[in-house]
Design a binder for this molecule. Sequence first.
Ligand SMILES: [Fe+2]
Ligand SMILES: [Zn+2]
Length: 242
Amino acid sequence: MKITWLGQLGLWIETDRASIMVDPYLTDSIYERVGEGYRRLVPLRPEYLACRPDVILLTHDHSDHLDIPSLKALLHEEHPIPVLAGSNAWEKARKAVGGSHNYVQMTPGTEWSVGNLRFRAVRAFHSDPTAVGFVMQGEGLTLYITGDTLYSRELARQVDEPVDVLITVVNGQGNNMNGTDAARLAQDVGAKLSIPTHWGLFAKFSDDPEEFLLACRERKLRTVRAEIYEQLDLNCLLKGEM
Ligand SMILES: [Fe+2]
Ligand SMILES: [Zn+2]
């Protein structure tokens, strides 16, 4: 399984049989609307707008996660796909993009399977009260994508399967946990490998992941400091080959 971090919590996940796009923010629409501080620090890569995902996951209704121009580019009327989304994001995407796609309202505990992949929504503690995270299982791997969330002991209680890869927010602003608490979560869920995200895209929130990486080192937890647009081969990383 390969994943490419696209900035914020955007992910392009490629499995043998299907590809999944998570929280695509692939434009500069926030900067165009809000202005300075929100200009992308990493150039646009329009080829990601041309991706043809088999599933889209939307954790919540904040514009760095639910970007209507990105969704309009990714969703093609001749290729209807499931769009699994937290309730507010589900409502907004349905209204703003619509079409014949299958918008599935995901609340904590609900599951959706596609082929050999299974997605479960888990609770997130964020300023969109309907925000969710996702546990994705397939090809022998379990990924836990936190979504935007503060730390709570409840987070790990919802994830009872062994986590291979934790993909977590670490920026500590805007109702997201900081690096120290994200490392606590990595330990709570027993993640074999953790990847810090939701940093480095906007000048306004240009935190680096060092607090997280240091806290993980102190806890003897494995991490990988991905760069935006870098493709990671999770199987190789878990086997220690990279
Ligand atoms: Fe966010
Ligand atoms: Zn958010």
